[in-house]
Design a protein around this ligand. Structure first.
Ligand code: PMP
Length: 439
């Protein structure tokens, strides 16, 4: 195909100055070119966050889909309700009961993945310059949505127990003192992307209390909540504050991401706006996908399938933590996830994960540098490793290669003394468009 190229002075150049101001924050990931190389079979990619649907019983899914088309095809292939299929909304209430949430099907808006729920929530609340509080680090896909609505993201510090309540109080006070308005707190309390940690039960009430007192709405993003390896699912924030929390859920990690079915649970007035925004965006969420999920939940042992997923991810998490302990040089630290997909690794002082990435890819291992998860240019000393996709053997080999690269960097630093830790964050950082490779 003949694709027109933009030559200097060509008509295509004119479009650039027509773009809306909000597109300024939409930039392709600078590491995407490297990921093209990283997708070669010889490279162990610890970068992508793709659910490992090899564990899905495809024959049973095929059966479910075939019956859906034959028996209910004229409904499944038609436009549907802007709020989403009513039967599915009832089933979503049942799924959320596992996390202590008592909701009514009317409270739920079905969306095209929870990514669209994030987009809709941001669209209805954010004017350019409004402040969103988000964990430091935070989900790259949320940051790119926030950037596309020209929000001002203020990061709040985390530790191994999740968001730190004192940091939240300080951030709220600082934003208030600067005369700006906080529209909401965006948080991922369970098996955080990218840190892998959970908000401790003791902190949950405190975070809700602080937000209630400061009149800050909480957006609770919880795609990994049912993927804990050891214990029962944690109690959702929404379970303890139906008025103050908008909860986002997804079938991407518990069933299949290609169906693109997620949801938002919101207080009544917010829900009405969400549905109007959704209708303006997609008319209705895909009926075929919704009915597939609904039939799957009704006819297949979905709880057992989630258990299979958990066991598969636990084995991979074990392989990664074991390899980190075995191979990483002194001074490297990492989180200990008890569920989800990710480990957050922090390099020995002075090393820069972004600068190191090309050398890692040459050594046939890839990861996502920490800077992708900050709106303000920080995070260079850390990286996200995902254990969800490669086999345990490949994970071990990937970590071994990565440890080799880090050890080499340390040797170079000893020889040449490069003070990379003093590299300041970029003056005007851009938020990266995530793309499926970063999700
Ligand atoms: N939130 C978080 C924290 C995620 O990690 C992801 C996907 N990786 C999403 C939302 C979006 O998921 P989906 O649109 O597939 O439901």
């Amino acid at each position: 195909m003949n694709v027109p190229q933009s030559q200097p002075g060509s008509r295509l150049d004119n479009y650039v100055d027509r773009y809306a101001a909000r597109t300024a924050g939409m930039t392709a990931s600078e590491v995407r070119a490297l990921f093209a190389v990283a997708s070669r079979p010889e490279v162990v990619s610890l970068a992508g966050g793709m659910p490992n649907i090899n564990a899905l019983p495809l024959d049973a899914v095929a059966d479910t889909v075939a019956r859906l088309v034959v028996e209910r095809g004229t409904v499944a292939l038609q436009y549907g309700s802007g709020q989403g299929d009513e039967t599915l909304r009832g089933q979503i209430c049942e799924v959320m009961r596992l996390e202590g949430i008592e909701a009514h099907p009317d409270d739920i808006t079905v969306t095209v993945g929870s990514q669209q729920a994030l987009d809709l929530v941001t669209r209805i609340f954010i004017d350019p310059g409004d402040v969103i509080l988000a964990e430091a680090p935070s989900y790259v896909g949320a940051l790119s949505t926030f950037a596309s609505y020209q929000a001002d993201v203020v990061h709040v510090g985390m530790d191994e127990d999740g968001l730190v309540p004192e940091h939240l109080e300080n951030a709220i006070a600082a934003v208030r003192a600067s005369g700006r308005r906080i529209k909401f707190l965006y948080t991922i309390p369970n098996f955080h992307n990218p840190m892998g940690v959970c908000l401790s039960p003791e902190r949950r009430g405190r975070i809700l209390e602080i937000c209630r007192a400061a009149d800050v709405l909480v957006i609770e993003d919880n795609p990994y909540g049912l993927l804990g390896f050891d214990n029962e699912p944690m109690r959702a924030l929404r379970a303890d504050d139906a008025e103050g929390v908008v909860y986002l859920g997804s079938f991407s990690k518990t069933f299949a991401p290609g169906l693109r079915v997620g949801w938002a649970v919101a207080p009544h007035a917010v829900r009405e706006k969400l549905v109007l925004a959704a209708e303006a965006s997609v008319l209705s969420p895909p009926v075929f996908s919704q009915m597939t999920v609904s039939a799957y939940l009704e006819t297949q042992p979905w709880r057992a399938q989630i258990k299979n997923y958990r066991e598969m991810y636990r084995e991979r998490r074990d392989a990664m933590l074991d390899a980190l302990r075995t191979y990483m040089p002194e001074g490297t630290t990492w989180t200990n996830p008890t569920g989800g997909f990710f480990v957050w690794v922090t390099l020995p002082a002075g090393l820069d994960a972004k600068a190191m990435l090309p050398r890692a890819v040459t050594a046939r291992v890839a990861y996502v540098p920490g800077t992708a998860f900050y709106a303000d240019g920080f995070g260079a000393s850390s990286m996200r490793l995902s254990f969800c996709y490669p086999t345990p053997e490949r994970i071990r080999e990937g970590v071994r290669r990565l440890a080799g690269v880090i050890t080499q960097e340390l040797e170079l630093r000893t020889m040449f003394g490069t003070p990379q830790s003093q590299t300041p964050p970029a003056a005007s950082p851009t938020t990266l468009a995530p793309g499926p490779d970063l999700a």
